[in-house]
Design a protein around this ligand. Sequence first.
Ligand SMILES: [Zn+2]
Length: 144
Amino acid sequence: MSPRTTFYGYEWMLDRLYSSVSAKTVKAVTRREVPKAKVLITGSYTVIRNFKDITDTLRRDIKHLMRYLLKELGSPGNYDESSGSLILHGRFSAQAINILLNRYIKMYVICPTCGSWDTVLKRKDRVWILMCEACGAETSVKPV
Ligand SMILES: [Zn+2]
């Protein structure tokens, strides 16, 4: 590749960038990586070590994801604030937890209308609404 080609390529990209900004096109829907749970089984407990990181990435309430997992696994558990990990009272495989995490993301994070991850989960009276910041769709979701 000659430097000339590189130069034009760069200009073209800049051009594209500016035109898309000025046209105020909808935020690009970027596929995000599903965070993987880092799971550690010690004795009769299972620890999700990066639980807070996951909720931060998904922009979801710690208690909401925690309630979902405990309910689906049928296990009691508690959140350890100092380490940001979730401790489950029982032995669960990383695979089982990651499957549930994927289901949670499909149900409570990704906008069903446009597929964006830029969503907010809000409670209106007794109904939970998934509000999309990209397309503005509001979808009611099952309470946890
Ligand atoms: Zn949307």
